[in-house]
Design a protein around this ligand. Structure first.
Ligand code: NDP
Length: 313
């Protein structure tokens, strides 16, 4: 069985090694190679932002595996065959790293940690400490990653409210769902964490009207996708004091262009899409196990990472 791999700018050798080891562990004999523009009659493809030529060359693919959780880049590939099953990674080690990222920035916000580093560091033992009620963290998206973020912040004593498309029931947190409960969710949220997929309905979701529904002085952490927030509305909300800060890991255009105002805004922290890097070994193991199941006759629709193209995630 042949596997075609097309991983954009990711390090190919390390991925080929990890995939080779994972397939061996799953007891599958495979011939894996990077896609070089020529057809090899591959049965499966493992991809991250693949070139359209992959799909015009490899006509006999039975499924495509996305080396990440977000599939909007794959779904917009102009050559993607409409009926080809797509699978994405489910957590695969990304969720705990993203939870760690969120907790780090929560500590930074609530302790005012920015006061203590660099040449202008405060040297005062008697600075304010947070002794009041902790801020409520609102998590947008309660899937494989959002649920773990919500759990992690609960461990550190933050009240959590969650929001998703369909109703969820998660112990220890208040869950709201759908458009009709979105304003209520925002009104309860002091620190908004976006971990939604980018779809037709989540694009431009956080705009001036939505930022105005957060309590004044709220903070925003965006680790989902940049396209969910309207850049100019975010800057206006920060400039007016409606928002106190924004920590942004994802952007409409990546890499974030050098001239983009986010780089220099005093209330914005830019990190270069590193909150949840895909860990190679767990990802490769998840893909190999899914292929083992497909080869054993399991329909792709019943695998955990199956992408519902209608929903967009
Ligand atoms: P899941 O598919 O497991 O979960 C998605 C969640 O979003 C679900 O709770 C879903 O609701 C909710 N959702 C989807 N559409 C809507 C909507 N219109 N309104 C309200 N809620 C909605 O995804 P993951 O948790 O695995 O990943 C989430 C996203 O995180 C990825 O798509 C990707 O964009 C981003 N990501 C970013 C990374 C980074 O490094 N910054 C790394 C990895 C992922 P429901 O529960 O009802 O289905």
């Amino acid at each position: 069985m042949r596997i075609a791999v097309a991983l954009g700018s990711m390090k190919p050798d390390a991925w080929l090694d990890a995939l080779g080891a994972a397939f061996a562990r799953a007891g599958l004999e495979v011939d894996i190679a990077m896609f070089d523009g020529r057809a090899r009659d591959a049965r499966y493809a493992v991809v991250w932002l693949p070139p359209p030529e992959l799909f015009s060359a490899e006509k006999n693919l039975r499924a495509v595996f996305n080396v990440g959780a977000g599939v909007e880049g794959l779904l917009t590939n102009p050559a993607l065959p409409p009926a080809l099953p797509l699978l994405r990674l489910v957590d695969a080690g990304m969720a705990p790293k993203m939870a760690e990222y969120v907790c780090f920035y929560l500590a930074r916000i609530t302790r005012g940690l920015d006061r203590f580093g660099g040449p202008h560091a405060v040297r005062d033992w008697n600075v304010d400490r947070p002794r009041g009620t902790p801020p409520t963290v609102g998590v947008m998206g309660l899937g494989a990653i959002g649920k773990q973020i919500a759990h992690a912040v609960t461990v550190f004593g933050y009240p959590v409210v969650g929001w998703s498309r369909t109703g969820r029931s998660i112990a220890g947190m208040h869950c709201l769902a759908g458009e009709s409960e979105f304003s209520t969710f925002l009104g309860m949220t002091d620190v908004l964490v976006n971990v939604l997929p980018l779809t037709g309905t989540t694009r431009d979701l956080l705009d001036a009207r939505r930022f105005a529904q957060l309590p004044r002085g709220a903070h925003v952490i965006n680790i989902g996708r940049g396209g969910t927030m309207v850049d100019a509305d975010l800057i206006a909300a920060l400039d007016s004091g409606q928002l106190a800060s924004a920590t942004l890991d994802v952007f409409r255009t990546e890499p974030l262009p050098a001239e983009h105002p986010f780089w220099h805004h005093p209330r914005i922290t830019v990190t270069p899409h590193l909150s949840g890097p895909t860990p190679r070994e767990p990802a490769a193991l998840q893909i190999a196990e899914a292929i083992r199941q497909l080869e054993a006759g399991t329909p792709p629709q019943s695998l955990a990472g199956y992408v519902d193209r209608q929903r967009g995630y």
